[in-house]
Write a protein that binds this ligand. Structure first.
Ligand code: MG
Length: 305
């Protein structure tokens, strides 16, 4: 159920940092995450519970959650989310106090096998069972369809396949559903078409979008989703991101650019854009390169008059 004007889910500490060659020290991650918590975002995805040998950048996920839980009082209204791919990850996440579990199934057979070693059919069965378990443990759950708008290996993904997966989630009672454009193939017209189709399946569901900027279309896609009534956006600070198990992946839509656009539309004006920009600049200094995104370079459009 949508109870907020619009939900901002910051996924950079997970989707962003997992993609960097350099593993960011835990202390530095904590500094950025604490900064993000202060900006007024709704959900921050702290990390993923995957095998540390496979994604060493996420090896400190448990430690991060424990640390953040210990210093919770100031930001008790912010939900801390974690991504899980299997039962072992769910167990770890439950042990260290994750508030919200995110888990997904790819609509591309090739991406599913590369990302999880499972077919779509096998992955969807397991993910739904895990989502059920997380709910029994009184956790929030967000399920997603990855590669919903196209795949770097397979190209076009049929809408029927996406709708089939969404239907399975709905049938199982999981109604916070994100459609993820893992490869960045979405275009605004496709975004309209797909969100229009899923909305007709269930009027109670909460639809989220997750766009990557591989071809420079992420912000345009966010606007298209907004126009279709989507009020739940996933983005990465400094435009970090990409899936290590997809073919070519650009960063996520950049949080500060998204917030800037929304604020120009008079939405979520209370979010601290200045602080988001500061953090993005700090990320650029840390990695020693120009980060994606525009507003951290230009600053926001000035107020005139
Ligand atoms: Mg992603």
């Amino acid at each position: 159920m949508i109870t907020r004007e619009l939900v901002l889910h910051e996924v950079g500490p997970r989707d962003g940092l997992q993609f960097e060659e350099q593993t960011v020290p835990t202390e530095q991650k904590l500094k950025w995450i604490h900064g993000l918590l202060e900006c007024g975002l709704d959900i921050v995805q702290v990390g993923s519970f995957v095998h540390p040998a496979r994604v060493p950048q996420m090896a400190d996920a448990d430690l991060l959650f424990s640390e953040l839980k210990n210093h919770r009082s100031k930001h008790s209204n912010v939900t801390l989310s974690g991504l899980v791919l299997n039962e072992k990850g769910l167990e770890r996440g439950l042990a260290c106090g994750v508030d919200m579990f995110c888990m997904g199934v790819s609509a591309s057979e090739t991406h599913s096998r590369k990302n999880t070693g499972m077919s779509i059919a096998e992955a969807s069965g397991r993910i739904i069972a895990m989502a059920d378990q997380a709910e029994r443990e009184k956790k929030k759950v967000q399920v997603s369809v990855q590669s919903a708008f196209g795949c770097g290996y397979e190209g076009e993904i049929s809408m029927d396949r996406v709708l089939g997966l969404v239907g399975k989630f709905l049938e199982a009672g999981h109604k916070t559903i994100s459609l993820a454009d893992t490869a960045g193939h979405a275009t605004p017209d496709k975004v309209e078409k797909l969100f229009n189709a899923v909305a007709s399946l269930d009027s109670e569901a909460e639809w989220a979008c997750h766009f990557h900027n591989t071809y420079g279309l992420a912000l345009a896609n966010c606007y298209a989703a907004y126009q279709m009534g989507v009020r739940y956006f996933e983005s990465s600070f400094a435009g970090l991101g990409g899936c290590p198990f997809t073919k070519i992946a650009g960063g996520n839509v950049c949080t500060e650019d998204l917030v800037h656009m929304l604020q120009r539309m008079n939405v979520r004006k209370e979010v601290n854009l200045g602080k988001l920009i500061e953090i993005a600049r700090d990320v650029g200094r840390f990695f020693g390169r120009d980060m994606a995104g525009y507003v951290h370079k230009s600053g926001p459009i000035p107020e005139f008059g």
